[in-house]
Design a protein around this ligand. Structure first.
Ligand code: SF4
Length: 440
């Protein structure tokens, strides 16, 4: 017999924009199997979408919260008045959560906490791990939204706002669902992964009966306990990263860092306003490799940023020589509408950009070739992505899907996507590896 669906009451106050917010929240809750309760008394929890435009609207919002508390007890407050959490909590300290306008995700999370969703596999259109567009064996795990940096070539903070870290127990619960659904590799993504938890001041959360701090180390450590590959993307070389390198050395998470350095000339990095631009990055990379020699570092760079001189460009090539990065992509600078960098003086002409891009790619190709050649004869863990009549195609721990290389296991037609196997590497080119399966 099906259990009755959880029922959520809604009191929507204020203008049409607030009404649209209410509609979006309820649409999402309906899609998750919740029902809209006609009254607060008959609901499992109540959302009050407040208005904070005029004093009279604030008074009406506070009264509605009081009524919902009296009639139901489980009250989630959102909307314009939610920006002033203190004035709400002073009068109604028992509300479960308070968020501002458009914070749909936070409201949905608060509903999940108050009244967990029920998944009925025979009825629900959406599986508990959500609808994914990636193959079954790997998935992206988003840990935060927005960014506190203000890189001059980027408009993401103006579109998505400042950093908002997802509650760590939510991230871990999502990861668990993905693993239960068959995912063998989790790609941690965000705009600034190393900054995870800065906005919540590394709030304590409860995870499996233990109190954990919401920071990069605790997050990656808990993900590492799930028995799948965990790969970190969009990392900046902040001190928080130093703490996770030992987890890589211990094999808890993959020895892989995707760090978009973008440039190496101090003058250009300053003009770009890049984070972690403290001139000690080479020392840091060396220290990481001392702890975890298998570490793969992938990065992207921009050539032709406004004001980039031949000397700046050569500084970057020299830096690459010293850094010995494993995987590197390069873009020619293009102005993005609304970016501060568009107004910088001394734009680089297209011909010079093309010429620098070609020199950059050839320079890094030689570095990558040498680093790949060092893998010949080594044993590598390989996750299989696809199998065809010629054999299996997978990736090593140093290869993220779509952006890095492949490992070809010719003739291995009995493997299947998601298998994790060991291979002895027999051949390498600039980007890909060829190997032989090591049978245990
Ligand atoms: S480039 Fe990345 S770090 Fe810089 S502002 Fe944009 S999202 Fe933030």
């Amino acid at each position: 017999m099906l259990k009755p669906a959880p029922r959520i009451g809604l009191v929507s106050l204020g203008c049409p924009k607030a009404l649209v917010d209410s509609e979006r929240i309820m649409t999402r809750l309906r899609a998750e199997g919740y029902e809209l309760a006609p009254t607060s008394e008959g609901a499992d929890a109540v959302i009050v979408n407040t208005c904070g435009f005029l004093d009279s609207a604030k008074a009406e919002s506070l009264e509605a919260i009081g009524d919902a508390l009296a009639e139901n007890g489980k009250v989630i407050v959102t909307g314009c008045m939610g920006k002033d959490e203190k004035s709400i909590r002073t009068i109604h300290p028992k509300v479960l959560s308070v968020t501002g306008p458009h914070q749909y995700e936070a409201v949905i999370n608060a509903v999940h906490d108050a009244v967990p969703p029920q998944h009925e596999p025979f009825v629900d259109l959406v599986p508990p791990e959500g609808i994914r567009l990636t193959p079954r064996h790997y998935a992206y795990l988003k840990i935060s939204e927005g960014c506190n940096n203000r890189c001059t070539f980027c408009i993401i903070p103006s579109i998505r706002g400042d950093l908002v870290s997802r509650p760590m127990n939510r991230v871990l619960a999502e990861a668990e669902k993905l693993v239960k659904a068959g995912v063998r590799e989790l790609m941690v993504i965000s705009q600034d992964t190393s900054a995870y938890g800065v906005d919540t001041r590394y709030a304590d959360v409860d995870w499996k009966g233990q109190t954990r701090k919401s920071n990069l180390l605790e997050l990656t450590s808990a993900l590492g306990d799930m028995g799948v590959w965990v790969r970190l993307h969009y990392v900046y070389p902040y001190p928080s990263v130093d703490h996770v390198i030992p987890l890589m050395a211990q094999g808890k998470i993959l020895p892989y860092l995707d760090i978009p350095f973008q440039h190496a000339s101090p003058r250009i990095l300053k003009a770009m306003k890049r984070p972690a631009n403290n001139g000690k990055v080479l020392d840091r990379i060396k220290a990481w490799r001392d702890i975890c020699p298998e570490l793969t570092i992938r990065s992207t760079f921009i050539v032709g940023f406004p004001g980039e001189t031949e000397e700046d460009f050569e500084d970057m090539l020299e830096w690459l020589e010293q850094a010995q990065l494993d995987r590197v992509g390069c873009f020619k600078y293009e102005p993005v509408e609304g970016a501060v960098a568009n107004a910088l003086p001394d734009p680089v002409d297209e011909e010079t950009k093309d010429e620098r891009w070609a020199r950059f790619m050839e320079h890094q190709r030689q570095i990558s070739e040498q680093r790949m050649a060092r893998k010949i004869g080594s044993l590598q863990q390989v996750i299989i992505d696809e199998v065809d009549e010629d054999g299996a195609i997978g990736r090593s721990t140093g290869d993220a899907p779509d952006i890095d290389g492949h490992v070809f296991l010719n003739g291995e037609v009995d493997l299947k996507a998601g298998d994790i196997v060991t291979a002895r590497i027999e051949h390498a080119d600039d980007y890909d590896l060829w190997g032989e399966l090591v049978r245990s």
